[in-house]
Write a protein that binds this ligand. Structure first.
Ligand SMILES: C[S@@+](CC[C@H](N)C(=O)[O-])C[C@H]1O[C@@H](n2cnc3c(N)ncnc32)[C@H](O)[C@@H]1O
Length: 227
């Protein structure tokens, strides 16, 4: 798809952009599953197992930085990116409270100058399923390019029952992603096998409230590695 077509489709979906997220983050007390401080159970597991080792990491669509903070606590050098000003402001508060170092970047993933082949971990919890279909290929290419050989990509993403149920065509007909797109196992495997090897793809666990971990059964978790 050429650049002018991409921009035309961006414009069609302009209402889905960062201002919508700024409004979403206005009320920090809202009972939203990912507004807490708990990191993803999957990310915690992969670190505890030693599968993912400390290194240079980037959290795409970081929200309030709950996962970036976990990474920093485990010795990762972390960048955390979000195109919502409200999200980054909140992340700044959370990072200061946690007493860790995270480099916060207020930008769209598509405007980032990502260092090629330099990241040990690219992490995405809930960002990819908000990426419009016409930007999907570019998003995947950016992730793959950013990783060093042997580097990891971790993803948390809507299962079909968690997403809007919209097909790619419906997204454009309705001018909306309907709150995020659900993916089948086959779709995720196909999309993330472009340049990566999928090592884990499973339903997310819902940990007990006491665990200090986040998880919902309407989500997938995926861990893939660059060859
Ligand atoms: C469902 S929230 C998840 C937030 C966080 N990762 C978490 O799990 O708590 C999705 C986040 O992705 C961000 N986002 C969506 N598209 C983005 C883009 N193109 N560039 C940067 N951030 C984006 C939104 O602003 C929002 O903060």
């Amino acid at each position: 798809m050429n650049e002018s077509k991409l921009r035309e489709l961006d414009a069609l979906l302009a209402g889905q952009d960062s201002p919508r997220w700024d409004a979403f983050y206005q009320d920090r007390a809202k009972p939203c599953p990912f507004f807490g401080t708990s990191p993803d159970e999957s990310l915690a597991q992969w670190i505890d197992e030693g599968r993912i080792q400390p290194g240079r990491a980037i959290d795409l669509g970081c929200g309030n930085a709950r996962n970036a903070i976990l990474l920093a606590r485990h010795g990762f050098a972390v960048e955390a990116v979000d195109y919502s000003r409200s999200a980054i402001d909140w992340a700044g508060v959370r990072v200061a409270e946690a007493g860790v170092t995270v480099s916060l970047v207020h930008k769209s993933v598509f405007e980032l100058n990502l260092a090629s082949g330099c990241y040990d971990l690219v992490y995405d919890s809930g960002c990819f399923h908000h990426i419009a279909p016409h930007r999907r290929t570019e998003y995947v290419a950016r992730v793959v390019d950013a990783l060093r050989p042997g580097g990891w990509f971790g993803l948390t993403c809507f299962r079909p029952e968690g997403g809007s149920g919209y097909s790619d065509d419906e997204v454009y007909a309705r001018r909306s992603l309907g709150g995020g797109l659900g993916y089948t196992e086959h779709q995720l495997r196909t999309i993330w096998s472009e340049g990566l090897q999928v090592r884990v793809l499973r339903q997310m666990e819902k940990p007990s409230a006491q665990s200090g971990l986040f998880g919902e059964r309407f989500l997938w978790v995926l861990l893939a590695q660059k060859a």
